[in-house]
Design a protein around this ligand. Structure first.
Ligand code: GLN
Length: 212
């Protein structure tokens, strides 16, 4: 089983751990650099992206995590986690930084004040057996995606119809929504498959390939 960490500073940490275990991974908490070094992949939960940026610095994880992701560590970001993985932001807070890695422009709080939260069943590429219940909470969307980015899902209706809300690029995956709160573990399973495909099968050779 691949070992997948959950960045444990903010957000639905316990729900992500449970969904990863159900999705076939050994799920562990990541708060320290030594814990980061032991995982084959990592989940960045939602929360508040400027607070997470600050906490990453406080925990001494900002540079190690940025470097690990740039070196190929598989990462899945949900909501604020998507913001952290974006190369560029619209409506960033003053001085707000990201870890980067995804060649996208992400707009924070994109759904607007009127639509603080939004729920919809969305077909998602890479996830079989029907649509995913997408729960958006003060969510971002992907405003622009580079050529190397696969669009996995778009909003189907309402004021945000057509907006990109799930993407994959190489070792990285991100959703604007929170799959951990619906009890449906298929999005996590898709990420665990990505981790395994990148070599994180728990074997020594696999572990080396992941970080190569
Ligand atoms: N609006 C938050 C931010 O900008 C993200 C919200 C979420 O993660 N649910 O960081």
């Amino acid at each position: 089983r691949p070992v997948v960490g959950v960045l444990a500073m903010q957000g639905d940490v316990r729900e992500h751990l449970a969904a990863l275990e159900a999705g076939g991974a050994e799920a562990v908490l990541v708060r320290r650099v030594e814990e980061l070094a032991a995982v084959d992949g990592i989940v960045l939960p939602g929360g508040e992206s400027t607070t997470m940026d600050r906490l990453l610095t406080t925990f001494g994880l900002r540079e190690p995590l940025r470097e690990a992701i740039a070196a190929g560590l598989p990462a899945y970001g949900s909501c604020a986690g998507m913001i952290l993985l974006a190369d560029r932001l619209v409506e960033a807070a003053p001085g707000q930084r990201t870890l980067g890695g995804l060649d996208v422009v992400v707009r924070r709080n994109a759904f607007g004040r009127q639509v603080d939260s939004w729920e919809e069943d969305l077909p998602m590429s890479g996830v079989e057996d029907g649509p995913v219940r997408a729960v958006f909470i003060r969510a971002p969307w992907v405003e622009e995606a580079g050529e190397g980015v696969d669009v996995l899902a778009r909003v189907g209706s309402g004021p945000a119809a057509g907006r990109i809300v799930a993407v994959r690029q190489g070792n990285l995956m991100a959703t604007s929504f929170h799959p951990e709160i619906t009890g449906d573990t298929r999005v996590h399973r898709a990420f665990v498959r990505l981790v395994a495909a990148r070599g994180g099968d728990g074997s020594p050779a696999g572990a080396q390939a992941t970080h190569a």
